[in-house]
Design a protein around this ligand. Structure first.
Ligand SMILES: *Cc1c(COP(=O)(O)O)cnc(C)c1O
Length: 370
């Protein structure tokens, strides 16, 4: 049996009529740049999350960069974040001349450990970027307390956690700004690149809206330096259709995770994902840990089961950031997890027999290992 780690095709086939219609409507109207669907989708997201402003941009990466531009990040400024994340989180900081200052992660949740933040704060610290990794909210209460105490901005990297909840409230509503990605593999996925920024701050919202259209409010009147990063109208149309189903899809992810969790509890040295009892973890990724990671991945590949490693190299050890001066051993938990984590097939359209096959195959691997 072939089991993909993810495919967008099944979701499309299920919603084909509705999505095709939405695309055709836009094609015949021709309102490709910031058309009605962008505004409608922004309003729908704002309402879904319970946040004042939602501003569509071209990608999650752009969302992070625009967020940092909006808070006025300057060369030399420091931003505290996690080294155990997708590259974009730190890339945005470095692109603006800032320095990512990492703190290691909590071994159970893979999110940045808030107890390590305070010792990293200096005069140059401007912001904290917690990442809600794999779909599990970061420790927002502690992070917000520290941010208030030292007058720092908090930018949530919610690229993997659209719809996740922390203590009963949706992520994207805690920080000064939150950044969302609709990259096709994310739990709300477009048919190309797309992203969004949310905030409750009117002034920041105004600035963000200007930055995405070359720093202007009035056409050809440029007040600040911006760039071109708008949410595409066709993508917004597709996302408007999909948003209605997001809660159902997230619930299905949770159900699949429960089945996996039950099945892997006592298998080999597998560490199943830990979810804080007050978190609603939406399992953008279902990621286990084992010392036999590479061997298991190879075994599953031969069985036709796709897996992935998120992420094999923590950011402080990436060559692109070598000039920041970090070295092996600086963040030991992130380094160890990068060698042990393995993400299994996880998307709402995964069939029960596919889940069973993944479970059987993993059990078989550890039985052979003994
Ligand atoms: C996907 C992702 C991004 C970047 O989003 P894109 O839409 O691909 O640019 C940023 N941060 C994290 C944690 C992500 O997973």
């Amino acid at each position: 049996m072939e089991v993909p780690i993810f495919t967008p095709v099944r979701q499309y086939m299920n919603l084909k009529e509705e999505i095709d219609l939405a695309i055709q409507k836009i094609l015949s109207k021709g309102n490709f740049i910031l058309g009605d669907e962008v505004r409608e989708f922004e309003e729908s997201v704002a309402q879904y999350l319970g946040v004042k402003h939602a501003i569509g941009v071209a990608s999650g990466t752009d969302a992070l960069q625009i967020a940092l531009m909006a808070i006025g990040l300057k060369p030399g400024d420091e931003v505290i974040t996690t080294p155990f994340t997708f590259v974009a989180t730190a890339e945005a900081i470095v692109l603006l001349g800032g320095k990512p200052v990492y703190v290691d992660i909590d071994e159970r949740t893979y999110n940045l450990n808030p107890d390590l933040i305070e010792e990293k704060i200096t005069e140059k610290t401007k912001a904290i970027i917690p990442v809600h990794l794999y779909g599990q909210p970061a420790e927002m209460d502690k992070i917000l307390d520290i941010a208030r105490k030292y007058n720092l901005y908090v930018i949530e990297d919610s690229a993997q956690a659209f719809g996740s909840e922390y203590k009963g409230r949706k992520v994207c509503t805690f920080g000064d700004i939150a950044c969302i990605s609709f990259f096709p593999t994310k739990n709300l996925g477009a048919f190309g690149d797309a992203g969004m920024i949310t905030t409750n701050n009117d002034e920041l919202a105004e600035k963000i809206k200007m930055i995405r259209v070359h720093g202007s409010k009035i056409k050809y009147n440029h007040e600040i330096i911006g760039f071109n990063s708008r949410l595409d109208t066709i993508q917004a149309g597709i996302l408007l259709v999909k948003l209605k189903y997001l809660d159902i899809w997230n619930e299905r992810r949770i159900e699949i995770a429960k089945r996996y969790n039950g099945a892997f509890k006592d298998v080999g040295d597998i560490v199943i994902p830990y979810s804080e009892p007050y978190n609603k973890h939406i399992y953008h990724q279902y990621t286990i840990r084992t010392k036999h990671r590479d061997e298991l991945a190879q075994f599953l590949k031969e069985k036709g089961i796709q897996t992935a490693v998120h992420y094999p190299i923590p950011l402080h050890l990436q060559r692109a950031f070598s000039n920041l001066g970090y070295k092996q051993g600086d963040f030991p938990i992130s380094e160890r997890c990068s060698k042990e984590v393995l993400s299994l097939p996880m998307f709402p359209e995964l069939k029960d027999e596919e889940i069973d096959y993944v479970i059987e195959s993993i059990r078989e691997f550890f039985k052979i290992k003994g």
